[in-house]
Structure formats: structure tokens, C-alpha cells
Design a binder for this molecule. Structure first.
Ligand code: FES
Ligand SMILES: [Fe+2]
Length: 376
């Protein structure tokens, strides 16, 4: 089969079709490394990406590190109380200046040759550097990136021209405000390495509960499937379901309150909440074929007395995730099959996927001219 150009692959998706007329994005978008690279250069280099929680960077010197679009990042609270983001790349010979995932420091000390940077990124000192010519210390601070916070979360954006975080989040800010996430506390993390494209995981999240009665029998027993609602606005989709009480006490015991809220924010962040509970799912592409998904769990009560209960809640999530992982990996294999090109979408259930695919198509098609120019 002749290899198609990236332009041809992108042109094969019609992002103007209505939901009833639309197809999914084509299988090639999930398996072609050139698309994965284009996503890195456009989607992940231009959108706000969550890198940590506000409670990790409350005090001066507290920091979090992360990788965004392949770039090492550090976000640190200054002595002046300002939160700043930087490329976590030493200006000497490019080592990572901060090695830990999070922590607190009075100075950012490169472990390789001992260069020191202030919490504001300025280069403070370089051992044994006397007599070096054409080098200005004041021009060799850590390279800054945009950083900002919303609710419990810290974000960075690699694009110097990016719109402010709250503008990017749009209606999500207003929609999430009444849910009181500020009262929840971090409890635990689960990390999944999955053999599928990151978009397969997002699609699975955005199918409006379509798969729930078939794949998640335990979860299904506490959700009112027929009353599932789906709202698209700006760059987010909110799927929500009333909770019902169940015969089987174990899952309902885990998930309380009258409603379950499942938010997705373009491109790769999900926030799920019930009363007194929230988990975030951050989907990080590794290559076309693999992704890592980080689940962070927060609860209203993280006291020792609640620990058993909270652990059982995390275990209930792990059970649901295991069911999702198996199916996501099967989908990735299917997307590579000669028998599959693209699929149709359920009008009742799959409006969220339609939004995702259109936003993605807009970013990829819009970024292609620059990408092509850079590749020449
Ligand atoms: S690479 Fe950081 S001091 Fe040399
Ligand atoms: Fe699922």
C-alpha cells in the first residue's frame, strides 16, 4: 500500500460533519508516528497541561517536575510567593537541575557541576568559571514557561503566546466552581502504562457511558445509565449520571451522593467526582502505540479512621481501570487491522468523542503548515 502523506491523512477526516453524519478520526491517526509527532508539536506544545497540585507548591521553594511534550519542566514557588515555570534544563550542559518529582529547596542546585539557580530562575553561581569569555550570568537563568493554577491544579503552557489558563478552560471554570474541590485532600496515586494510543483512552472516557453496562458491571449497578447526560462546551465535555442505590453494597458504598460527574478537558485531562471524592486522570502519550495514565485520588476525609474506606475506593477504581485497559489495548490492535478504517458515532452517547475529534483536527490541521516548514 502506498504511504500516505500527513496532509492526506489529515484531509481524510471531515471535521465539519454533524454528529449524525460524522465518522471517528481515521485509524491512521492512532497508529502513525508522524501524527504522534505532529500532536507533540501542536496539541501538547500549545495547550495548558496539568503538571501537579497547588498543595505541592504552597510554600516558597516547593516545586514539582514533569515532562510536557517531551520537555522537562519544573514549577517552583518563589520567596516572593510567585509561582514560576521553567524548562528543567541546566544552561551549562543540559542536565536536569531538579531531579525529584516534588519537594522543597532554598536554591535550585544542578547535581552535575553544581551550578545554582534562584527560585526565580536566575543563575546565582557557577563553580570554577573564572576567565570564561562571552558568557553573561544574567542571561543564563533557567528558561521560563507560562505557569498558572486553577482549582487544585498547576498547569504549564509551552506556547509563549498561549491564552490565559482560565480563558483556555472556558466554561469549565464556572461549571466546576460549585463542586467544592478545594475541600478535598490528596490521598493516593495509581499509574497505568497502557499499550494504546492516548486518544484511545480518551475516546473510551468520552463514549457517554456507552460501554458501562457491557464492560463495568460493578459500576453500572450504581449509575442510572438511561439518565446519563452529556454536555459539550468550549474545550470540555461533562458527562453526568444520577446515582442509584444498589443491592450489591460494595460499589455503592464507595460512591456516594446523588450524582457522578465526569469532566474531560481537551486534550488529555479527566476529572471525576462524587460527593467527597475526586480523581484526576492525566493521559500522557509516550509514542503512537503507548500512553501512561496517572490517576490521583482525593477525598474529603483523609484521616486514619477513613483510610480503609479510601483504600477500598481506590481499589474499586483500579477494578474499573483494569476492565478499561484490556479493551483499550484490544482497540489499539484493531485500529492496526486492515479490516478497519474509521467508525460511526452514537448520536445518543458519543457527542463527547465528536467534540474531541473536531478540536484535535482543528489543532492538527492548523499546525501542519508550521510543522511542514520546520521539517523542510
Ligand atoms: S549541567 Fe548543570 S552544572 Fe553542568
Ligand atoms: Fe470505562
Amino acid at each position: 500500500m502506498p504511504e500516505h502523506s500527513v496532509q492526506e491523512i489529515l484531509a481524510s477526516y471531515n471535521d465539519h460533519a454533524s454528529l449524525a453524519e460524522a465518522w471517528t478520526i481515521p485509524a491512521s491517526w492512532y497508529v502513525d508516528e508522524r501524527i504522534a509527532e505532529l500532536e507533540r508539536q501542536t496539541v501538547f506544545s500549545k495547550t495548558w497541561q496539568m503538571v501537579g497540585r497547588v498543595d505541592q507548591v504552597e510554600k516558597p521553594g516547593q516545586f514539582v517536575t514533569a515532562t510536557v511534550a517531551g520537555e522537562p519542566m519544573v514549577v517552583v514557588r518563589g520567596n516572593d510567593g510567585v509561582l514560576r515555570g521553567f524548562y528543567n534544563v541546566c544552561r551549562h550542559h543540559a542536565a536536569a537541575v531538579v531531579m525529584e518529582p516534588c519537594g522543597q529547596a532554598s536554591i535550585l542546585h544542578c547535581p552535575y557541576h553544581g551550578w545554582n539557580y534562584g527560585l526565580d530562575g536566575s543563575l546565582k553561581g557557577m563553580p570554577e568559571f573564572e576567565g570564561v569569555k562571552n558568557f553573561a550570568r544574567e542571561q543564563n537563568g533557567l528558561v521560563p514557561v507560562k505557569a498558572a493554577t486553577w482549582e487544585k491544579f498547576v498547569f504549564v503552557n509551552l506556547d509563549p503566546n498561549a491564552v490565559p489558563l482560565e480563558e483556555f478552560l472556558g466554561g469549565l471554570v464556572r461549571r466546576a466552581a460549585p463542586l467544592g474541590w478545594g475541600t478535598l485532600h490528596y490521598f493516593d496515586r495509581s499509574v497505568y502504562d497502557i499499550h494504546c494510543n492516548w486518544k484511545v483512552f480518551v475516546d473510551n472516557f468520552l463514549d457517554g457511558g456507552y460501554h458501562v453496562p457491557h464492560l463495568h458491571k460493578g459500576l453500572n449497578s450504581v449509575l442510572s445509565y438511561k439518565d446519563y447526560t452529556i454536555e459539550n462546551e468550549d474545550r470540555y465535555c461533562l458527562q453526568s449520571s444520577p446515582m442509584v442505590s444498589s443491592e450489591d453494597s460494595s460499589p455503592s458504598d464507595m460512591r456516594r451522593g446523588s450524582r457522578a460527574w465526569y469532566f474531560w478537558q481537551y486534550p488529555n485531562l479527566m476529572i471525576n467526582c462524587y460527593e467527597g471524592y475526586m480523581d484526576t486522570n492525566l493521559v500522557l502519550p509516550i509514542d503512537a502505540d503507548r500512553c501512561r495514565v496517572i490517576f490521583d485520588f482525593c477525598f474529603g476525609d483523609v484521616s486514619e479512621a477513613q483510610r480503609e474506606h479510601n483504600l477500598r475506593s481506590v481499589a474499586a477504581s483500579d477494578q474499573t481501570q483494569d476492565e478499561d485497559l484490556g479493551i483499550c489495548e484490544a482497540v489499539q490492535r484493531g485500529l492496526k487491522s486492515r479490516a478497519y478504517g474509521a467508525g460511526k458515532l452514537s448520536v445518543r452517547r458519543e457527542a463527547g468523542e465528536h467534540l474531541f475529534h473536531r478540536l484535535l483536527a482543528a489543532d492538527l490541521k492548523g499546525g501542519l503548515p508550521q510543522f511542514a516548514a520546520a521539517a523542510d
